[in-house]
Design a protein around this ligand. Structure first.
Ligand code: PA5
Length: 435
């Protein structure tokens, strides 16, 4: 199967003073730079070939661990933040069947610093059989490190040190960092985040794959989707490479003064894809005082909150709208005799049909309100499409960041708050910062 992301630029094109095809030469140069690994941050391009050359033995261990977790746990606690959390969360939500009882519940911790959240989680886990997947590339990030310390103690109290060891899975660097040393000395099952893959590009490594497989999702299909995307987007031709066409269009809009991009979906399954996407683009492009500000919305919900601003507020934003072609389970609107709610004109229609008209109507209105729109059509909510979409956005992100001439793969700004926080907390080595 070869999925396809269809990208429709019609509306956006009319706003552009220069068409993306004009950038073909520059796109070719950047494409060479990405594939020959000669650009800024070139030691972080491991995600590029990952779908075809991932570690197959480690992948088998991921599947075995996922089976073990399903068999011996009621809850899997995934501990991580940023790129060590958002990819798995996005995938779980993208493929989620709402209101369905699950054999294994997956919860997150260490993705913020809330004492109340952690306290309630500890109480919740007291009566449960649980496992932990702690994820941190650096192995030193404060939020997950604190959560792990607390939850590891709880697990050890609950089942004893020996059994706890067999229920803790660590995903981290292959040889350095506090989490690496701690896990090695405790003998935990360990998975590697490759040196050349940064956090926000790591969803298709064990970072995302273990939680997703533990949820029973078809991670093989995910990698197949990503592999087909890898093949499709290895051609720089803008008429054949939707990822580059998306990158080139958003770049041109940015240059014309549209400084904000909103990623918009009409299904709740897309809400965390938005969050993952915001990190991917925000951290990759927002540097040297450049880059689009990335925002998101879930429609039609947010049409009742942000809708007014989008329609008539300051004209500095454009929208990228994700449309899902096939919704597998739908609701048909019933007919009533009295029609007191005046909805009989919709009787027999599905909600997906109504949702699609909402999308069309909104795009027309926003277009009239001078908000450029791009449409990304994806086939359905399935594992293959998730893998394909992840790779689509990653490849587009590298192209986008290089178009504005920043290093896509570092995040120097993320350190700024940490230094101040460490100084305020009295961590050794940070004493001078507050002077
Ligand atoms: O993309 C990134 O590199 C970051 O967002 C990291 O994923 C995040 O800061 C967490 O870092 P770590 O995995 O080292 O705990």
């Amino acid at each position: 199967m070869m999925a396809h992301i269809d990208i429709v630029l019609n509306d956006a094109r009319s706003f552009l003073s220069e068409q993306p095809e004009k950038l073909q030469e520059r796109v070719n140069e950047i494409h060479e730079m990405i594939h020959n690994k000669t650009g800024l941050g070139n030691d972080f391009l491991g995600w590029l070939d990952l779908p075809s050359n991932y570690d197959k033995d480690e992948f088998k261990r991921v599947l075995l661990s996922a089976d073990k977790i399903k068999n011996d746990s009621d809850v899997l606690v995934v501990i991580g933040i940023g790129g060590s959390y958002l990819g798995a969360k996005a995938g779980l939500e993208f493929l989620k069947v709402p209101f369905k009882d699950k054999q294994l519940e997956i919860v997150f911790a260490g993705h913020q610093m809330s004492g109340s959240y952690l306290n309630h989680l500890v109480t919740y886990l007291k009566e449960k059989r649980f496992s932990i997947n702690v994820i941190s590339k650096s192995g030193t990030t404060t939020e997950p490190a604190i959560a792990f310390r607390v939850l590891k103690s709880l697990l050890e109290e609950q089942v004893g040190v020996l059994e706890a060891k067999s229920r803790i899975y660590a995903t981290t660097d292959k040889q350095k960092g506090a989490l690496y040393s701690l896990s090695k000395s405790n003998g935990y099952e360990m998975f590697v985040i490759p040196d050349d893959i940064g956090g926000r590009f790591s969803v298709l490594t064990p970072v995302g794959l273990l939680p997703l497989a533990a949820d029973g999702l078809d991670v093989k299909k995910m990698l197949e989707g990503a592999k087909d995307a890898q093949i499709r987007f290895s051609n720089p031709d803008l008429s054949k490479n939707e990822a580059y066409l998306y990158a080139a269009t958003r770049y041109l809009l940015y240059k014309q003064g549209y400084k904000i991009e909103m990623l918009v979906g009409y299904e709740p399954n897309l809400l965390y894809l938005n969050e993952w996407w915001k990190q991917l683009y925000g951290e990759s492009e927002g540097k040297d005082h450049k880059g689009l500000f990335v925002a998101s919305a879930g429609f039609s919900t947010d049409l009742h909150s942000l809708g007014q601003y989008i329609q008539e507020g300051e004209r500095h934003l454009f929208e990228t709208v994700i449309q899902v072609e096939n919704i597998d389970v739908d609701t048909v609107i019933p007919e009533t005799k009295d029609d007191l709610d005046e909805l009989n004109y919709l009787a027999g229609k599905t909600l997906s049909y109504v949702n699609k008209q909402a999308l069309k109507g909104t795009m027309m209105a926003h277009n009239d309100g001078l908000v450029p729109n791009m449409l990304l059509n994806i086939p359905s909510f399935d594992s293959y499409t998730f893998g394909y979409l992840v790779y689509f956005f990653e490849k587009a992100c590298a192209m986008s960041a290089y178009l504005i001439e920043v290093n896509p793969f570092n995040q120097p700004g993320v350190e700024a708050y940490k230094k101040n926080m460490f100084a305020l907390l009295g961590k050794k080595g940070y004493e001078d910062i507050l002077k």
